[in-house]
Ligand binder design. Sequence first.
Ligand SMILES: O=C(O)CCC(=O)C(=O)O
Length: 336
Amino acid sequence: MLQKYCFKGAPPIQQTLAMRKYLSFYRNLMDSEEPIYFAVGLLPCYRLWVWLGNTLNTPPTNAYYTWKVENMGKKEFERISKREVKVPGLLIMKDVSIAKSEFVEGEKAVTKLQDYQEDPELFRYCTLPQILKYVECFTGPNIMAMHTMLINKPPDTGVDLFGPGKKTSRHPMHQDLHYFPFRPADRIVCAWTAMEKVHRGNGCLVVLPGSHHGTLQEHDYPEWEGGVNKMYHGVRNYAPDHPRVHLEMEKGDTVFFHPLLIHGSGMNQTKGFRKAISCHYASSDCYYIDVNGTTQENISNEVKELAVKKYGADSVSFQDTWALRGRLVQGERTSM
Ligand SMILES: O=C(O)CCC(=O)C(=O)O
């Protein structure tokens, strides 16, 4: 553990003058004062952690990168779930199995934070140079963050209060392009980062490799016995014998994928919550399309209905809901 964080072993840490001053301040405090003064003396450290989180520009292979994703994102998720902070435009979603329950509170009740772009802490993920470096390969230099989510997949093991597990934590197989009224698809990419180790047991992503070479399929709500979460549409027909790959990932690992790739995630059979953070990026040179009369009309109607409630407007177009959410993260906002 100490080695992982470079406290011991190679590369050795050479103390600078500032470090020596900082450490001797605490040593003196401990030696000469009551313990309470030490606790008070640590308060500036609290600010230091936040500063480090904002400033550290470490590659995903560095141990501090996972520390950053883990600590900064999770703390913010907790604060939002407990309604300690209010984020404009944020949709706090509950799992269908507990949506109507008054017994589950705070982060345990929240299955997804959608549209976190107005939360500076979470949105920092979308601006990480380590992520944008890869995104740019698909989008080119003008990059918009279009769709932001923090997914908190709940346990589906049969919580005592609610009877047997209803398998509602599953995410049906789908293509993300179904949700987007902008094109071309090849200029859109999703970055999905595991906030803890993800594996088949807690519902990692499942993908159908090569499916991104196909076309956009018809989607609708699957007929699942235990119900299905709001807007979790699934591909109506796909070859059940198509090879599948389960993306087991370490905390901080990131996968980038095409919006036509058929993917989903399995049931969470552990007792813990499985967290991941994601952002869909698009080139700002993309253009909006009219989805009326296409397979996307069903999701468009659902999103417009929700947007009318959210923004209190008489009517909102599907394209407007995306234009309002999109944020430029690099280059120029040319068309979107
Ligand atoms: O994180 C998951 O469980 C799946 C997320 C996903 O596929 C999506 O929201 O499009």
